[in-house]
Design a protein. Structure first.
Length: 422
């Protein structure tokens, strides 16, 4: 008989409400959610008074870098970082070597996940072979093993290929998760084409490179009737297009990242830790994204956790690799900058970080009897400073370095097993 664990006295956040309850876990499942569960001999009792408890966070957009790029991150280090941040499930992106475009290639990743992951990892398969944008993968063969299909890191440039992909996704009832970017509009840019770029002589990435492909894909998704999820949106035009598409009944969802919601291009410094794709954009874009999460246009906050080596991030804005880490700061940034300031409620933050991604991707895991015991407990009173050298991730590049934040994960549980405890 497995030991029963009772999480006592937390404020449980679920279904847009908060109430003080105990949660009992046994055999990997939640077996009771009620006030004042009595313990018996042999129970492990964890005092959660003064803390909040919610479904484990889910990050739909994480780069774990294995197989192929283990100098940047490994399944072991990336999932340890996720557990440290309160995440119990992450969806891993397919820009790997080999890319997960066949069962043989995907199996290499699945084997590493089985061996090394401390939380649940659902990989994406690619949309096209080698992420090259031309030949579709076998959706039916790969679907049972993946979260969805994405060529993340590159947009599918050919309209006919994307149309065929969406038809295949609709036929197999699976999700296309699109990195939207028109290559012909990039023109060598590497930060937002805005005020900071002009003042400091940098080449900019125009907003149209993102929203023009979203605009194209919305029409294709409407025609195909497929489920279409837009990755890491960063522009005000993207928000407006998705808002309108939802009103029309297109099966569209989307995500943005904590850095897009809390920074603008005038916050940049001449350091690689401020370089990611899409870039941090203007104050007007940031404000539109915040409105998008408030009105439900934006469904999910995801980190696009993208670790690189210290050397790859040490070459300034122009020459550093694209990508920053985010798993260990996500909750605290959202809580400190959006909840504490009254922009959104704590319940809304839990919806964005845990409940909506579970619902969209059919992951289960509610705080309810019979559900998998995938749980996170946070100490909202804990103040801390972002010190990347303390991250569990191999990647240390974050635009939040030095920020004073509130809200720290103190316990993460996956299938009833405690995988991180402060």
């Amino acid at each position: 008989m497995k030991q029963r664990i009772i999480l006592k006295g937390a404020t449980v956040i679920r279904d847009n409400r908060a109430e003080m309850l105990d949660v009992a876990v046994e055999g990997g499942k939640i077996v009771s959610v009620e006030a004042n569960i009595s313990s018996v001999e042999g129970d492990k009792v964890v005092d959660c008074s003064g803390k909040i408890l919610c479904s484990g966070l889910v990050d739909l957009h994480v780069h774990l870098r294995e197989p192929g790029f283990s100098s940047k991150e490994t399944i072991a280090s990336g999932t340890a970082a996720a557990a440290h941040g309160g995440f119990t499930t992450v969806c891993s992106m397919p820009n790997l070597a080999p890319a997960p475009d066949t069962m043989e290639h995907l199996q290499q990743q699945l084997d590493l996940i089985e061996k090394d992951a401390v939380i649940k990892v659902l990989p994406y398969a690619t949309i096209t072979s080698r992420r090259a944008g031309d030949e579709l993968v076998d959706f039916a063969a790969l679907k049972p093993y993946v979260a969805g299909f994405s060529d993340d890191g590159t947009g599918v440039q050919c309209e006919e290929v994307m149309k065929a992909a969406m038809k295949a996704a609709a036929a197999n009832d699976c999700i296309i998760a699109a990195h939207c970017e028109v290559d012909d509009l990039l023109r060598g840019g590497y930060i937002h084409d805005g005020e900071y770029a002009r003042i400091n002589g940098h080449r900019g990435i125009c907003s149209e490179s993102e929203w023009a492909q979203i605009e194209r894909d919305i029409e294709l998704a409407a025609e195909a009737g497929c489920r279409y999820h837009v990755c890491h949106i960063s522009t005000k035009e993207s928000v407006a297009l998705i808002r309108e598409a939802k009103k029309r009944g297109v099966k569209i969802t989307c995500e943005t990242g904590p850095h897009y919601l809390t920074m603008c291009d005038m916050d940049l410094k001449e350091e690689g830790r401020f370089k990611m794709n899409p870039p941090i954009r203007s104050a007007a874009d940031r404000d539109a994204l915040v409105e998008g999460i408030k009105d439900g246009t934006i469904d999910v906050v995801a980190t696009d956790h993208a670790p690189h080596t210290a050397e790859e991030k040490s070459r300034g804005l122009e020459r550093s690799a694209m990508g920053v880490v985010g798993l260990e700061t996500s909750f605290a940034v959202v809580y400190t900058k959006l909840v504490k300031t009254g922009v959104i409620t704590l319940e809304k933050a839990v919806e964005l970080l845990a409940e909506a991604p579970r619902r969209i991707f059919g992951l289960g895991g509610k705080i309810a009897v019979g559900e998998a015991a995938d749980i996170a407990v946070f100490d909202l009173d804990k103040k801390w400073t972002v010190e990347p050298e303390k991250f569990f991730s191999k990647g240390k590049a974050t635009p939040f370095e030095g920020w004073e934040l509130e809200g720290e994960c103190c316990l993460t549980m996956v299938d009833g097993e405690i995988v991180y405890e402060r």
